[in-house]
Design a protein around this ligand. Structure first.
Ligand SMILES: Nc1ncnc2c1ncn2[C@@H]1O[C@H](COP(=O)(O)OP(=O)(O)OP(=O)(O)O)[C@@H](O)[C@H]1O
Ligand SMILES: [Mg+2]
Length: 259
């Protein structure tokens, strides 16, 4: 994918320390992390538990200020959350008192979008995630996988330039997870949204990403950058191919070296 100047995400030499009374005042979480996500690209991040992946995503979301380095999205430094960057977390965080329709419509209403456009946008996105017909349900009446579909619809309805995903399928069973990975691939193909996916699931990263960064144990450094060469669209049989197994083994080896 050709990279456009001033577009996409550029994280340059980002260092982050949290204050912690237990470790002589400071807990170093990120150590000069540099990475790039070109416009429209799908990038995966893997690394050992506790290394700083969620922290990294929080920085890109604009929730977490940094101390050193720079983070720039589409030419502008990230200093606060923006509707240009939507986040989907491990478990769907929906408003339990709102219907599926109103959950997806929530951000649009706040953005003062016209009623007519809200109606068509909600419809389009619920259809995209396979949740048409569930408009009047509340989150409690849905399975975990269905709730996560609604969370994706809500994130995408605001037409973000970037989608930030933190282990979005980790709480789902293995089969639902694979279905959701295919759905995410379809979403990426349809909307071409620049995507940053944090996952502990190496197969998930290989199935979905154009490029994967491997982080070291805390404080996280980028220890490897893998380009994922598989043609798109990727199908279920990809996981059985020799090239997939080879790349998976190489990735796992890199991660294991960190323990
Ligand atoms: N707000 C905070 N204040 C202090 N320390 C924090 C804060 N947030 C995270 N940490 C610490 O930063 C380190 C990295 O946490 P983070 O959640 O980013 O890891 P992670 O790679 O996402 O882990 P996991 O794979 O288990 O989700 C941990 O040691 C954690 O205790
Ligand atoms: Mg995490």
């Amino acid at each position: 994918m050709t990279e456009k100047i001033d577009s996409g995400l550029i994280m340059d030499q980002v260092t982050l320390k949290f204050s912690s009374p237990d470790e002589e005042g400071e807990l170093e979480v990120l150590d000069k992390v540099s990475l790039k996500v070109a416009e429209g690209e799908f990038v995966g991040i893997v690394g050992p538990s506790g290394c700083g992946k969620t922290t990294l995503l929080n920085i890109v979301a604009g929730f977490q200020p940094i101390q050193e380095g720079s983070v720039v999205h589409n030419g502008l430094p990230i200093s606060k959350p923006s509707p240009e960057r939507a986040v989907v977390f491990q478990s769907a965080i929906l408003f339990p008192w709102l219907s599926v329709h109103d959950n997806v419509a929530y951000g649009l209403k706040r953005a003062k979008v016209s009623r007519k456009l809200i109606k068509s946008t909600v419809k389009e996105h619920l259809q995209m995630v396979g949740m048409a017909g569930f408009e009047n349900y509340t989150p409690r009446q849905l399975s975990g996988g269905m709730q996560q579909r609604v969370a994706f619809a809500r994130a995408l309805a605001l037409k973000p330039r970037m989608l930030l995903l933190d282990e979005p399928f980790a709480s789902l069973d293995a089969q639902t997870r694979v279905i959701m990975q295919e759905l995410l691939q379809d979403i990426h193909r349809e909307y071409q949204t620049t995507t940053l996916l944090v996952t502990h699931d190496v197969e998930e990263a290989l199935f979905l990403a154009d490029k994967i960064y491997v982080l070291s144990k805390r404080p996280a450094r980028v220890i490897e950058e893998f380009n994922v060469p598989f043609a798109r669209p990727r199908g279920l049989t990809l996981r059985g191919e020799a090239g997939f197994a080879e790349l998976k083994a190489a990735l796992l080896k890199k991660i294991r070296e960190q323990f």
